[in-house]
Design a protein around this ligand. Structure first.
Ligand code: AHG
Ligand code: MN
Ligand code: MN
Length: 320
């Protein structure tokens, strides 16, 4: 029989929504309120310079969930190791998150976001904090993101479709304006950082040649759109149709994006919206993680667009 529904998962989503409202408040006042813009002058475990808003968002989410009794372990892009919630070691859920995605866009007022992934705690009684976080994406019970754009929108799935909520600042609540979102099988945009072209495999080069109409003419041609915020590029492609790619290359064979709190949560969302997410060959959510911050190449979007990329990679680069 079904485990008794305690409402805990719903409340975790409310906790995240509350954190999103607080972060949105900082984003909307950046520059007016001191100490939101600019660098925090610290380097995180990713080797990246933390922005002040990275730190603010990270602390906001930790505070929103650490003492609710619902989360046993948290893991963040901004934290070296998983954080056991010592005040509630029996919490039923695990939360992994990228507190502020698109940090390079904070100071130039382009859209940024927060990405989150929720698992049940491991059933292994000997599980360490790290064990709770090293679960494949297929174990996710909910996932989504909050995008701080022209409005603040929270998009999530709990395995029953994808639903978009817009923050109404006049009442301070998220309102369901976009229920049951579905992604087009093939869309009008492609998103990739083409400055890495010289380091890509022949397969990705051939894909982009087709997508820009240099090969095959207008039949496969799409519009290039790349903001440099994964959440913003993903959200546009989810709503308007398209494919996002962050390939591995000769310098970074696993690409840049992190499996546990960028690729997996968005993979859950896109699959629930009828789309697909892979590393170019293997379904993202089937990948067994070995490290908390491991990176993975990402191809994500409409099912036909992703299939086109995968087929071109196999045809050009071989079976890998
Ligand atoms: P984060 O700000 O959380 O580190 O993520 C940035 C990521 C992602 O948002 C975006 O798609 C990608 O970095 C852009 O990387 P490039 O500048 O290398 O294209
Ligand atoms: Mn990110
Ligand atoms: Mn980030």
């Amino acid at each position: 029989m079904f485990e008794e529904a305690t409402g805990d998962l719903t409340n975790v989503l409310y906790d995240i929504a509350l954190a999103g409202k607080i972060i949105s408040g900082y984003v909307r006042r950046a520059g007016i309120v001191d100490d939101v813009l600019g660098s925090a002058e610290k380097t995180n475990v990713q080797g990246e310079t933390q922005q002040k808003l990275d730190v603010i968002a990270n602390e906001t989410i930790k505070q929103a969930v650490a003492h609710t009794g619902r989360i046993c372990v948290m893991a963040s892009e901004e934290e070296d190791d998983p954080i056991p919630c010592v005040s509630n070691p029996d919490g039923r859920y695990v939360l992994m998150f990228d507190p502020l995605d698109g940090s390079s866009n904070i100071d130039v007022n382009a859209s940024i976001g927060t990405i989150f992934s929720i698992h049940k705690r491991s059933e292994d009684p000997t599980a360490t904090a790290l064990d709770h976080t090293l679960q494949p994406g297929t174990n996710q019970v909910a996932a989504g993101y909050i995008i701080y754009g022209s409005s603040t929108v929270m998009v999530y799935t709990a395995g029953q479709g994808v639903h978009g909520f817009t923050l109404d600042p006049t009442i301070g609540e998220f309102r369901l304006l976009n229920p049951d979102v579905k992604v087009k099988p093939s869309g009008k945009y492609y998103s990739v950082n083409e400055s890495n072209f010289s380091r890509w495999s022949d397969g990705y080069r051939e894909v982009v040649r087709h997508l820009k109409g240099a090969v095959g003419g207008p039949a496969n041609q799409k519009n290039a759109r790349y903001i440099g915020s994964l959440v913003a590029d993903f959200h546009r492609n989810l709503l308007s149709g398209g494919v996002f790619m962050y390939p591995g290359d000769t310098k970074n064979p696993n690409g840049k994006l992190r499996l546990q709190y960028e690729a997996n949560p968005l993979a859950f969302v896109i699959e629930q919206a009828g789309g697909r997410a892979s590393n170019g060959r293997t379904r993202i959510m089937d990948i067994d993680p070995t490290e908390l911050h491991q990176r993975v190449p990402l191809v994500i979007g409409g099912v036909n667009d992703v299939q086109f990329v995968e087929d071109m990679i196999v045809a050009t680069d071989g079976d890998g």
